[in-house]
Design a protein around this ligand. Structure first.
Ligand code: F6R
Length: 613
């Protein structure tokens, strides 16, 4: 939430910052702003709305050339998304500019104190107080880094703060607590950003910043300390993907590109981790075998789409390992006094690795003595760094706000972990292991087949785009797929959609069925014991007037007479079907949003990487 960029070096800072903001716009798009340091002044410009508004404003009235700049794209928390509340926020004398991601929880008392001291605040944001506090602090400790360290000690909540000062043309200073910040180390230039995509076109060398740290960058130096000023050893790493991976690459939409990348994302997540005999190698998994053998309970915690991947994985983990699994929304988990012991394993799933609800849930679990395994797509992000172990998904950068390829790779990573656990504990599933390995290995090709045939959903979207509501039904692993289909539709097409366990219909939701109501049904493979039951469910809703859109495997003719539309899926075992059935639902929601004229990559009110609770 909120994208942040900082730059010092020989390039025109404004260009680097705007380019970085363009790559980070998926993090928030309520308003955007920049500040550059030039001629002993700070020049700032900010505009409500998307980055394009800011760019148009700057084009009509250019800012001065500068070697030092910061930029921000906002997802509003405190104060409406207007020009005044947009970042940067300046001190009263204009000597200091601040951008911020997060929430300063004690801002109200700080604001009241500042007002009492005669400071006039211009905005409704929590951020502005930091600019005024810093302006006061540099009078006491003139070094900007020292001043920021001091101010940070008076703040509570979550923040990444990035600061420039008018008399310091080659310095950008930043602080981090609970919100993301990475450093890009270049040659004679350095970068700061919420994530590496902002500077990947300039350098692949990145530095992770830890909790409660301050970084000072000049063109030729990067200095990291804790809030007390003690030097900190940093971890530098190389980003494995390049700028092209974060571009649309010929697609109209990031989401369509990311949907199309799913076969590769799944293949990359499997690569080198499983052989065709079913042997799983997770060599870098930092959980010792003794602990794995003693686990007596697994709790999966995550949000949104990542939570749905956990719901799917529960079926596989319990089936293959016989360890009980609970799946819990991260925002609920730590508020219910969960029972955790040293033999509990908490699995935290997060594409971004920064989701605050998930981060807080896993921290809580560790405090209670449980071990935490992260399933994550973002190298060096906070959740894997604070976990006992991590399995990275190799989906590549996911830019569209609606998660697609990360979801499929989360399921794959969790399945690999389940197999590894079964293997380690000797809950051998013998012959089955090699069958599962073969099936997993065939998934990239099968997803490709689904992509080839799923384009028909465009016609369905055109036909039903005026519906008031759409329902999704599934059973077993098809149930979380139904939840995911409904979530995608809500977030992209802004319409009521709900996923139900098909068996629950008769206990209430069937009352919703009326003439013409579109109902998607995910039908398990013919040999699944639930197949015939769900075919009955299709008949029940059809008899009450529903328009049925049925996802069923090739050759399943039993559904033909009850389906208004059929989407065919390649044959596979039930546990693998979510990797195929989800894909047409992703494309459908994308098409629905397009037909309705909505912004697919940046849906309203949302942001990628939700760094507030
Ligand atoms: C939905 C979506 C969100 C995320 C959720 C968790 O399409 O993208 O529901 O899945 O905010 O995000 P991560 O996985 O980054 O923790």
């Amino acid at each position: 939430m909120c994208g942040i960029v900082g730059y010092v070096g020989p390039q025109q800072a404004l260009d680097v910052v705007i380019e970085g903001l363009r790559r980070l716009e998926y993090r928030g798009y309520d308003s955007a702003g920049v500040a550059v340091v030039a001629g002993g002044e700070i020049n700032s410009r900010k505009k409500a709305g998307k980055l394009a508004n800011l760019e148009a404003d700057i084009a009509s009235n250019p800012l001065e050339r500068s070697s030092t700049g910061i930029g921000h794209t906002r997802w509003a928390t405190h104060g409406a998304p207007n020009d005044v509340n947009a970042h940067p926020h300046l001190s009263e004398d204009g000597s200091i500019a601040v951008i911020h991601n997060g929430i300063i929880e004690n801002f109200a008392s700080l604001r009241d104190k500042l007002i009492g001291e005669g400071v006039s605040l211009r905005s409704q944001t929590d951020t502005e107080v930091v600019a005024h506090l810093l302006a006061k602090q540099v009078l006491v400790t003139p070094n900007l880094g020292d001043a920021l360290r001091e101010v940070c000690q008076s703040l509570t909540g979550a923040f990444t703060l990035v600061v420039v000062q008018k008399d310091n043309p080659d310095l950008v200073v930043a602080a981090r607590r609970n919100s993301p910040l990475v450093v890009g180390r270049g040659q004679g230039e350095n970068f700061l950003a919420s994530d590496v995509s902002a500077f990947i076109a300039h350098t692949r060398n990145a530095i992770e910043l830890g909790q409660d740290q301050v970084v000072e960058i000049t063109p030729n130096s990067v200095k990291v300390t804790d809030f007390q000023g003690n030097p900190v050893d940093v971890v530098e790493y190389e980003v494995t993907w390049d700028a092209a991976a974060a571009e649309k690459g010929g697609y109209d939409l990031f989401m369509l590109k990311e949907i199309a990348e799913q076969p590769k994302a799944v293949a990359d997540t499997l690569l080198g981790r499983i052989d065709l005999s079913g042997k799983v190698s997770l060599d870098d998994l930092a959980l010792d075998k003794k602990f794995l053998k003693n686990i007596d309970k697994i709790i999966i915690t995550a949000c949104g789409t990542a939570y749905h991947s956990g719901l799917i994985a529960k079926y596989a983990i319990e089936h293959w390992t016989r360890i009980p699994v609970e799946v819990e929304l991260a925002s609920e988990f730590r508020y219910r006094d969960p029972i955790l012991t040293p033999t509990s394993l908490v699995v935290a799933i997060s594409q971004s690795g920064e989701t605050m609800d998930t981060l807080m849930a896993m921290r809580y679990a560790r405090e209670q003595g449980a071990k935490v395994l992260a399933i994550c797509n973002t190298n060096g992000s906070t959740i894997p760094r604070e976990s006992d172990a991590v399995i990275y998904t190799h989906a590549g950068p996911e830019i569209a706000v609606a998660s697609t390829k990360a979801f499929l790779t989360q399921i794959v990573a969790l399945y690999l972990f389940a197999m590894y656990l079964a293997q380690t504990r000797g809950t051998g599933f013998g012959e089955a292991a090699s069958e599962i390995a073969l099936e997993l290995a065939s998934m990239p090709n099968k997803i490709d087949l689904v992509l080839d045939t799923a384009q028909g959903v465009k016609k369905i979207a055109e036909e039903i785009h005026n519906a008031n509501s759409i329902l999704f039904l599934g059973r077993s692993v098809g149930f979380p797929v139904a939840l995911e289909g409904a979530l995608k539709l809500k977030e992209l097409a802004y319409m009521h959609a709900e996923g139900f366990a098909a068996g629950e219909l008769k206990h209430g939701p069937i009352a919703l069925i009326e003439d013409g109501l579109p109902v998607f049904v995910i039908v398990p493979p013919v040999e699944d014991e639930l197949h015939d039951k769900i075919v009955s469910n299709i008949q029940e809703v059809r008899a009450r007037g529903a328009k049925t859109i049925v996802l069923a495997e090739e050759g399943d003719e039993s559904i033909n007479e009850f389906a208004d539309h059929i989407m065919r899926l390649p044959k596979c075992p039930s546990l693998m079907q979510p990797l195929l059935a989800t894909v047409p639902l992703q494309i459908f929601s994308c098409e629905m949003a397009t037909v309705k004229g909505y912004d697919v990559d940046q849906p309203r009110n949302l942001a990628k990487s939700v760094t507030v609770e």
